[in-house]
Structures are given as C-alpha cells and as structure tokens.
Ligand binder design. Structure first.
Ligand code: PHE
Length: 334
C-alpha cells in the first residue's frame, strides 16, 4: 500500500496521474484485485479483511484527490501563463456605467440630510385620501387640490401627488414621538406633461417636530440655506411668501439663477431667480389631524423635486429627457 501511495505522489502530470488512477482504481486495478481476494478469505476473517481494504482505499482516494487538485491548478496556471491576456492593457473603450442623474442627485441630497441627523422614512405609492389630502389640511373640494390633480384608483385611493403623506404616516406611527427629524425620498405622480413636468417624478420631503417653541422659522431658514449652498455652491437664497395648506406661514425658496448668475436670462424668465422648493411651519391643523402626542409641538416641513435639482445641476433643458432612456443622454454622466 505504501508503494501505491508513493506511486500517486510521484505522478507529475495530469496524464501520468490518470495512468496511475487506472492502475490502482480501475476495473482491473490493484484494488479490484484485492477485493476479489475476498472470496478465498475464511468467513470469520472476511469482515476484518474488508474493513482494512476499505480504509486503505479511502486513504488512497484522499491522496489521489489532493494530487489531482494540485496538478490541475498547476496546469491552469501554466495555461494562463502561455496564452495569457494582459488585463492591465487599456483597450481604449470606456464602458463603465454610472448612476442615472436622478439617482445621483437623490443620493447627494440624502447624504446631506443624513449627515444632519435626519432619519429616512418610507411611504407607499398608493395613498388614501386621508393621508394624501385630508390630514394635510386639504379637505374635499378645496381648490388647492386642483394643483395636484392626480390618478385616482377609486374614490378613496390615489397615486400619491407628493411625499407629504409620509409626514402624517411617520407622526402617526406608534413607535415614533417627537422630537422628529426625518426625510422621505420617493416617486410621486401628477397629471402633468411639459418641459418641466412628467407624470412621475421624485420628491424629497423633510419634517422636523419638537416641543412647542423649540423649532422656529430661523431653524428652517438655516438648514435650507446651508443645504442649497451644499448643492449649488455660492448662490443667493431667497424666501418668498407663498401658500401651502399644510404649512403656515409658507415660503417658496428661490436660488439666484445658476445659468446667468442672477443677471436674468430666458431660463429664469429674466427674473434672476429659480424656484427650487416649498417649505413652511407645520400648520396646527396638521398636528390636530395627527392627534395624540401632538397637542403641544411645533415644526417645519419642506418638499423638493429631485428632477428639478438634477436639471439645474447638470443644465438639462428638458426634464422629460431624463425618462426617455436615451443612452446618449445617460452616457454624458458616466
Ligand atoms: N408637498 C408640497 C408640493 O408637493 C411641497 C411642500 C412640502 C411644501 C412640505 C411645504 C412643505 O408641492
């Protein structure tokens, strides 16, 4: 048996090993011959004889498998050396992919707010009337609903028109109580289609709630100014009085036009300003709708459109092109 082990170990090519395998394990090999001797072994010794033989066979198999693996990897390495390709050679074609500009912009925005200790909350695309409108101080037949006319699934269910329902869902969660600092990114849907609107787009909602008096408009102003400079560099930021049913007071936020540096051009309609987000102090009626635990709180909220940010950052003239899947547009961002 020792000799057989040596025989296996001394095979130095796969071909030589294969010959040894046939010699030992083959139909007419050494082991087969040994097992054949069983017949002539006296009955009371048969068991011990077979046991011993099986142990020897297992040992040989083990040595054989090890040897085979070693020789195979050796052969593979030799083959690679002989007809190797130099993988470090630059082929002149850059085929690497990249994030879609909407995702890239979304990630950048999320990074900012996460670094400011905001949590990430999720809602759902299909919302009911209560969360999308009613609790946000948009009662039935309120004219402001028209601004967000949308896709209804039935009398009660809509494809959400904004991410604001996630404010309500988060505040009403049993495991959540103020203080709250959250953002919520995701798709929203509206019946719009022109150079600056698509029926599906992405928003990021923000909500901060704490004890009454702890959160003021100054906090809102600080965070949004800081955020917009992080996104757009050295721009001017302006808060313009506006109206949203779920905030009071409300402000739309403008930055100085990134195309003309605020001088006035076609894109900013000669005003020098670009509107980039909606914001305000949370309306008391919203806290009322949320109910328990929100009797004595104050807060601010804001919402922004991710595509609009991507357009301004990359100077993309038609928002719809972001969703046409034209590889020539996407190639510019890799
Ligand atoms: N939900 C508003 C919209 O879609 C944006 C907004 C969010 C405004 C939060 C104020 C506060 O237009």
């Amino acid at each position: 048996m020792e000799k057989l082990q040596e025989l296996i170990k001394s095979a130095d090519t796969l071909k030589a090993l294969e010959e040894v395998r046939i010699e030992i394990f083959g139909k007419k090999g050494v082991l087969a011959l040994e097992f054949a001797k069983m017949k002539s072994v006296p009955n009371e010794e048969k068991k011990a004889f077979a046991q011993n033989l099986n142990i020897q066979k297992a040992k040989l198999t083990d040595i054989y498998e090890t040897k085979r693996l070693v020789l195979e990897s050796f052969a593979l390495r030799q083959m690679m050396r002989e007809d190797g390709v130099d993988v470090t050679l630059f082929n002149g074609i850059n085929e690497s992919g990249a994030l879609h500009p909407v995702n890239e912009t979304m990630n950048k925005i999320i990074d900012y707010f996460v670094s400011m200790n905001f949590s990430l909350e999720e809602g759902s695309f299909i919302e009911d009337d209560f969360h999308n409108f009613e609790a946000l101080n948009l009662p039935k037949h309120h004219p402001a609903r028209d601004m967000q006319d949308t896709f209804y699934l039935n009398d009660d269910l809509v494809l959400r028109t904004h991410t604001s329902p996630v404010q309500i869902r988060t505040m009403m969660r049993e495991d959540v109580k103020p203080p709250i600092r959250m953002i919520s990114p995701g798709s929203v849907f509206r019946r719009d289609f022109d150079v600056t609107h698509t029926p599906m787009f992405h928003q990021i909602e923000g909500l901060v709630v704490d004890k009454a008096g702890e959160i003021s408009f100054a906090n809102l102003k600080f965070i949004l100014e800081d955020f917009l400079r992080y996104m757009f560099g050295d721009v001017k930021v302006r808060f313009r009085p506006s109206f949203f049913p779920f905030t009071e007071p409300s402000a739309e936020v403008d930055i100085s036009c990134v195309f003309c540096d605020g001088l006035g051009c076609r894109i900013c309609s000669k005003t020098g300003w670009l509107e980039v987000l909606g914001s305000g102090m949370v309306d008391p009626n919203v806290f009322k709708a949320v109910g328990e635990g929100y009797e004595d709180v104050s807060g601010y909220a804001f919402g922004l459109g991710v595509e609009r940010f991507a357009m301004l950052i990359h100077k993309i003239p038609d928002l719809r092109s972001l969703f046409e899947g034209d590889i020539r547009l996407l190639e510019q961002f890799r």
